[in-house]
Design a protein around this ligand. Structure first.
Ligand SMILES: C[S@@+](CC[C@H](N)C(=O)[O-])C[C@H]1O[C@@H](n2cnc3c(N)ncnc32)[C@H](O)[C@@H]1O
Length: 297
């Protein structure tokens, strides 16, 4: 179970979910109709030494077992890739990836010259990532800055310390993050984003509808994942299921313009049919929303 101030590395607790997402991106990268190409994802999995994730990325017979590895991560990654690229094309020169995990957009995306990309995550997650990226010998395609801090703490101070400029418009992402935060920390996260955002800033977030019984779904999902390579990722023990305000409501209350898409709409947008999602996981995937918000200039 989660505790106040708990910490993790890449193969424990919430850190393991970042490794799982990297494994899913490694698999997506191998698909003939891949929506993202992340050549670093497999490097992370190999370097972690985790036997289940290594078995998963090398054995295609396992990929149809869960929606994570049968296509879902492709839609999600592409949504956030497109979000950042369109913000950068519109002249936003600063990006903040909240809970970056093993996200390598700072290396993968074709950013305009001078783009500053901040990555916030727990210290041991970023340390592992740095070691692997350093060993790979490649350079980021942006001015990448690590911000090792817990998102339940005073992360704005750490961000500003790393060179963040609150007077410059920012593109923020919260991908695969919100259920891992207590409700109060999630609400504070969006309030702080609001305070730190100059006009013209944008946010993209994966959210789960407020009408959804997330505790029940997480329980069912943990049960479902037993016996798959994700056996160790017990979502029911990692998710916070306490009350929180819908981020779209928080942002619209502060005059941001918001819009949300369902996974099915992303599948239509990217012209790739959704693979079948078995119950009870279908409920989780049906309830996911991909929110975009813009703070008026
Ligand atoms: C499911 S992973 C998603 C990682 C990344 N956004 C991606 O999609 O590849 C969740 C990430 O959230 C990070 N995270 C969760 N709670 C956090 C907290 N309180 N402070 C900092 N990072 C946190 C974890 O360390 C992990 O990297």
């Amino acid at each position: 179970m989660r505790t106040e101030g708990d910490t993790w590395d890449i193969v424990s607790s919430v850190g393991m979910t970042a490794l799982g997402v990297a494994a899913a991106r490694a698999i997506e990268t191998k698909q003939p109709d891949a929506l993202v190409h992340d050549e670093y994802a497999a490097l992370f999995v190999v370097a972690s030494g985790d036997p289940d994730m290594n078995r998963l990325i090398t054995d295609p017979t396992l990929w149809a077992q869960t929606p994570f590895t049968s296509g879902f991560i492709g839609y999600r990654s592409k949504f956030f890739d497109d979000f950042f690229l369109s913000a950068a094309a519109a002249g936003v020169t600063q990006a903040v990836i909240l809970a970056a995990g093993l996200d390598v957009r700072a290396y993968r995306l074709d950013w305009p010259a001078g783009e500053v990309v901040f990555e916030i995550d727990q210290p041991k997650v970023l340390e592992f990532k740095r070691q692997v990226l350093t060993e790979s010998g490649t350079a980021p395609r942006s001015d990448r800055r690590e911000v090792p801090v817990d998102l339940r703490d005073d992360w704005p101070a750490a961000l500003v310390e790393a060179g963040f400029d609150p007077t410059s418009p920012t593109a923020w992402s919260a991908e695969g993050l919100l259920p891992y935060l207590p409700g109060a920390a999630q609400d504070a996260l969006f309030a702080r984003i609001g305070q730190l955002s100059a006009p013209g800033s944008t946010v993209a977030a994966e959210t789960i509808g407020n009408d959804v019984d997330i505790a029940r779904i997480a329980d069912q999902e943990s049960e479902y994942l037993k016996g798959t390579p994700f056996d160790k990722v017990d979502l029911a023990s990692l998710f916070y299921t306490d009350e929180r305000t819908d981020p779209a409501d928080l942002l619209t209350a502060h005059d941001w313009t918001t819009s949300s898409l369902h996974l099915q709409e992303l599948a239509t947008r990217y012209d790739r049919p959704l693979p079948p999602v078995p119950e009870p996981m279908a409920q989780m995937f049906d309830s996911a929303l991909y929110l975009t918000a813009i703070k008026p200039s």
